[in-house]
Write a protein that binds this ligand. Structure first.
Ligand code: GDP
Length: 195
């Protein structure tokens, strides 16, 4: 589906550092520990590629990867750091807003939600930010393997209900398990088909 290897391009801390907008772009957002690095590694087929984003110092950067020859995959820092000092959080929120509302080539945001936890208030904050920036977002449920189907359905109902309040939300959820490989091909196809 995607020709060529994924590569880490750069970590960006200011709008001036963004790579040229010469590829279609998708970004991934989610609370810390939601399974974002694992998912990005599964998507790109390269173990350890997204680990860079989780190393100290890298966590406040917007990390750019190539996926195939035509797309950028953008790893947004994990949100919901209770411990980060306020100025750091504010700086990052400013950059995030600027990026989301100013990036011409950004086609879709994927908001990752842990299947065990459902939508939390910080997830809603990101969703509202995406609404304001008019960036279509699609929810990707992670770690689907961790919950029996019956409980999973309850969480999915909660997520759908929350999404109905967000104009920028794409209604269809993607269920994934990086552990089992579920949903990875679907997600790749979704990205490959964005124009
Ligand atoms: P990040 O902070 O969002 O980048 O989260 P990580 O990718 O580092 O994942 C956090 C933890 O969840 C790690 O221990 C992963 O092994 C685990 N994890 C991630 N994805 C899955 C999954 O699909 N299934 C299961 N069972 N565990 C997962």
């Amino acid at each position: 589906l995607f020709a060529g290897q994924s590569e880490f391009v750069k970590g960006v801390v200011a709008m001036s550092g963004l790579p040229p907008a010469d590829r279609i772009e998708v970004c991934f957002a989610g609370r810390s520990n939601v399974g974002k690095s694992t998912l990005i590694n599964a998507l790109t087929g390269r173990k350890g590629l997204a680990r860079a984003s989780n190393t100290p110092g890298r966590t406040q950067e917007i990390n750019f990867f190539t996926i195939g020859l035509e797309h950028y995959l953008v790893d947004l820092p994990g949100y919901g750091y209770a411990n980060a000092p306020l100025p750091v959080v504010e700086k990052w929120q400013r950059l995030l807003k600027q990026y989301l509302s100013g990036r011409q080539t950004l086609r879709r945001a994927f908001v990752l939600i842990d299947t065990r936890h459902g939508v939390k208030s910080v997830d809603e904050e990101i969703m509202s930010l995406l609404d304001s920036a008019a960036v279509t977002f699609q929810v990707v449920m992670t770690k689907a393997d961790k919950l029996p189907e019956k409980e999973r359905e309850k969480v999915l109902a909660q997520v759908r209900e929350k999404l109905s309040a967000h104009p920028a939300a794409y209604p269809e959820l993607v269920l994934t398990s990086s552990e089992k490989g579920d949903g990875i091909a679907t997600l790749r196809a979704i990205i490959a088909n964005l124009t």
